[in-house]
Write a protein that binds this ligand. Structure first.
Ligand SMILES: [Cu+2]
Length: 245
């Protein structure tokens, strides 16, 4: 019953909050469907046409009485907004983790790959310039910039340490893509000309698929990458192994 809806593994700190909403809406709609079906069937049988029985037309009930179902639904919806939607939205989309306390990466989407830019051990992102973009330098990183010396650019490999939020600045080189990782309950468009922040704190080690969720061209279906969640030690070891690339 716990995974009655077939939701994917929940692997981020806010996944359960999102799932609560998905479950609540599905179960409430299922209950309404059943109750409404029973009521509808009852009315059809109770007031079916019979020989010798003529229709009775009563005066309508009070306005308040006939509005009651709407009032109940409205109270439910207002409660959903006030006690669920606003707190969860502000937790995920407004209160971002502090950059100093996060693993920071820039993701530059393109047809048809995810370029992941890590600031390296110095924690500073090197300068990027669109004029330097080349097939061997997909994000136009300026290797002459001091801050860029230790930067790492990996294609389709997003490494994330456990126990720390990863803060992503998402952008696109060409068309609109969408950064989607179902296990993290994240889906965010990458829009050319904009830098959109997203964050996630993974809770389970593993490899999850990043799939572009916005039809972006002929090879859209191949625009996949790995989100690799590993222990802090393994993450540091990977950064060291790539250092100087
Ligand atoms: Cu895409």
């Amino acid at each position: 019953m716990n995974n009655f809806l077939g939701l994917p593994l929940a692997a981020s700190t806010f996944a359960d909050d999102i799932d609560f909403g998905i479950r609540l809406i599905h179960y409430a709609m299922f209950a309404i469907f059943i109750l409404w079906g029973i009521f509808f069937t009852y009315l059809i049988l109770r007031y079916r046409r019979r020989e010798g029985v003529s229709a009775q037309r009563e005066k309508s009930h009070s306005a308040l009485g006939s509005l009651m179902p709407d009032i109940i639904v409205m109270v439910f919806e207002i409660a959903l907004i006030a006690f669920y939607a606003i707190p969860v939205w502000s937790r995920i989309k407004i209160n971002f983790p502090k950059p100093e306390a996060s693993n920071q990466v820039d993701i530059v989407a393109e047809q048809f790959a995810w370029n992941i830019h890590y600031p390296g051990p110095d924690g500073k992102f090197g300068r990027r310039d669109p004029r330097l973009i080349h097939f061997s330098n997909p994000i136009g990183l300026d290797r002459n910039d001091a801050a860029a010396q230790d930067d790492i650019v990996a294609a389709n490999e997003l490494h994330m340490p456990l126990g720390k939020p990863t803060l992503v600045r998402l952008s696109s080189k060409d068309v609109i893509h969408s950064f989607s990782v179902p296990e993290f309950r994240i889906k965010q468009d990458a829009v050319p000309g904009m830098v959109i922040p997203v964050w996630v704190e993974p809770t389970k080690a593993g490899i999850y698929e990043i799939a572009c969720a916005q039809l972006c061209g002929f090879a859209h279906s191949l625009m996949r990458a790995d989100a690799i969640v590993q222990s802090a030690q393994d993450y540091d070891a990977w950064i060291k192994s790539r250092h100087g690339d």
